[in-house]
Design a protein. Structure first.
Length: 319
């Protein structure tokens, strides 16, 4: 395999006041307009945080970062906006925790890959209407699973029994797949057009995009909330009772709280188990599906519109 050495840009941890201007742009390949916050500085963060490194060279719409503990590598999905064929522009990058790209296009030929999780040596990736399983050791395709009725698959989570859960944000549905069998885990407006997913034990945590979803521009009448679903009973329990954001990535903070992103508003939140929401970072629009390495207190944040992956050393989280 060839090794790609990207440009790494270092930053300090100073707080930046962000003047903001609202403009309109097209959201990657989808034909809807959204609002972007155009900032003089790229981001601001609360005290106690430090920027470690940032990658940009070669990244193309980075959407989801996932740290695979067994291999020790970070896998990063890129939806791909610059290639000649929109059906095969997407790819997965393989990155070290020190910010070096081992292989820019570790796995390629995807359409718009988004959520990533692993289970027993297999990397599961959502790709529009299918799940793709890649062997982590070899980087070779293991299987493709076409999800019946899917239109916009997004995040992936894996249960302790190996069940793969994948959200379909446009259809407000969560699908499940295991051992060759797929089915709808749950569906309906009560799921608030789910984007981010995370399984902890017998609980599925869900980040809602919002209610009153408009498929033409992906806007909603009401912002999404953060909630849990019991995997056995499918009972929904609100964690944030009030509308919170267009929620995207979800990661445990290693204790009793969560780090959650808001794609549209460029926010990184900390949310306690009792629903207290604190703003950790403010970015331009496009803060996507992150990874958090609890053993090192490192947040890896893909910024989809800026084509960057940034590593932050995090300080103590709000209680």
């Amino acid at each position: 395999m060839t090794t790609h050495h990207p440009h790494i840009r270092m930053k300090n941890d100073s707080i930046v006041e962000i003047p903001m201007t609202v403009i309109s742009l097209s959201f990657f390949r989808h034909s809807f307009s959204v609002l972007i916050l155009l900032c003089i500085a790229p981001y601001a963060m609360s005290a106690g945080q430090e920027t470690l490194w940032e990658l940009s060279e070669g990244l193309d719409g980075p959407e989801s970062a996932f740290y695979d503990v067994e291999s020790g590598f970070v896998f990063l999905s890129n939806v791909g906006n610059r290639g000649s064929d929109p059906q095969t522009n997407g790819f997965i990058s393989k990155v070290t925790l020190q910010g070096q790209v081992t292989q820019l296009k570790w796995y390629e030929g995807l359409q718009d890959p988004k959520g990533i999780r692993s289970y027993e040596g297999t990397l599961w990736v959502s790709d529009v209407t299918r799940l793709v399983a890649v062997d982590i050791a070899s980087g070779r395709l293991m299987k493709e699973v076409d999800i019946q009725g899917a239109t916009f698959l997004n995040d992936v989570a894996v249960g302790i029994d190996g069940t793969v859960y994948v959200s379909d944000m446009a259809k407000s549905t969560i699908h499940q797949y295991k051992d060759g069998t797929q089915s709808v885990f749950d569906s309906g407006e009560h799921l608030e057009h789910p984007n981010g997913l995370l399984v902890v034990g017998q609980t599925l945590y869900v980040g809602g995009w919002g209610s009153g979803f408009n498929p033409n521009d992906f806007s909603t009448n009401v912002l999404g909330r953060f909630f849990s679903v019991n995997l056995q009973t499918k009972k929904k329990t609100l964690i944030t009772p009030n509308p919170t954001g267009h929620l995207d990535g979800i990661e445990s903070d290693g204790e009793d709280g969560f780090i959650v992103t808001d794609w549209v508003n460029g926010k990184v939140f900390h949310i306690t188990k009792t629903g207290t929401v604190s703003l950790l970072q403010q970015h331009q629009q496009g803060a996507a599906d992150h990874a958090y390495i609890t053993s090192r207190d490192i947040l890896l944040l893909p910024h989809m519109l800026n084509n960057t992956l940034t590593a932050f050393k995090m300080g103590p989280f709000p209680k």
